[in-house]
Design a protein around this ligand. Structure first.
Ligand code: MN
Length: 273
């Protein structure tokens, strides 16, 4: 098992059907660490409020985290907007898991990273009302543009799902602006705090990049991209795309593309990030 110094996870969305918990458990079987940071939207209380969905593997994840925390792994939870109820418990512990509103992580190379979920830097509700209409399952399709976009367009066009394709075409610029806007404001905030970088989540768009000298790191999610960030023993940060186990429901967006808008709205598991 590769031992890394730190594992950063965000946007797991336990309690939703979209959560790819099998893959996540497979990732955790492969990585051991001294520190585990859970950076928000770990449990999706928004979804649970609409109806309880909690299969055994979702418990397994929680139990594994508690077990690691008990066995000298420093496990820290920074709540996000979908588990904002936990923000009330900032400063307390669940088992041996510490809950904090935000944290600063000193990497092995001495660089200091701000750890947060990031929803406070989300401008999307103000500028992208269509997101609420489509639900974020569709939105995650639209924002995950890396190489997928042309494929999506082609597929959607062929399938004749004109409304989603139309939304995609009209909204690409907005989605990109949203991502860049989010990344830049988060990086700017880290700079103002006098830190070297930031590790966050929320927008389900994994990244490690330099923005005006600040290292911007986003863990991505376990709904669609199945990504995590690990810190190696020397402080080097790596984005891990976990593709090892083929879980069902891999191509969520394909399912989404095949749905009628009303069906999509009902199925949308996350209601935005
Ligand atoms: Mn979020």
């Amino acid at each position: 098992m590769p031992r890394v110094r730190t594992i950063f996870l965000s946007d797991i969305h336990l309690g939703t059907r979209a959560c790819q918990v099998e893959r996540l458990l497979s990732f955790l079987r492969a990585y051991d660490a001294e520190y585990v940071y859970l950076l928000g939207d770990i449990i999706d209380f928004w979804s649970l409020r609409r109806g309880i969905y909690w299969p055994a593997q979702h418990n397994t994840f929680v139990q594994k985290m508690l077990k690691r925390a008990r066995h000298d792994v420093k496990v820290v939870l920074v709540p996000g907007n979908h588990d904002e109820a936990l923000r009330e418990y900032a400063g307390s512990d669940f088992g041996d898991i510490r809950v904090v509103k935000e944290a600063v992580h000193a990497a092995a190379d001495g660089r200091r990273y701000l750890l947060m979920h990031g929803d406070e830097f989300d401008q999307v509700t103000r500028h992208h009302r269509w997101v609420a209409l489509l639900g974020d399952m569709a939105y995650s399709v639209l924002v995950r543009l890396n190489g997928l976009l042309s494929w999506i367009r082609r597929k959607l066009h062929v399938s004749g799902y004109w409304s989603l394709a139309g939304y995609a075409k009209r909204s690409i610029k907005g989605a990109l602006q949203f991502i860049y806007g989010f990344e830049e404001s988060v990086a700017h905030h880290a700079r103002q705090r006098g830190l070297d970088g930031v590790v966050c989540g929320h927008i389900h768009s994994a990244a490690i990049k330099s923005i005006n000298g600040i290292t911007y790191i986003n863990c991505g999610d376990w709904v669609d991209s199945c990504t995590a960030v690990v810190e190696h023993a020397d402080g080097r940060m790596e984005l891990v795309h976990w593709r090892e186990s083929e879980a069902p429901g891999e191509d969520l967006w394909q399912e989404a593309a095949a749905m009628e808008p009303a069906q999509l709205a009902r199925a949308a598991p996350l209601q935005r990030y």
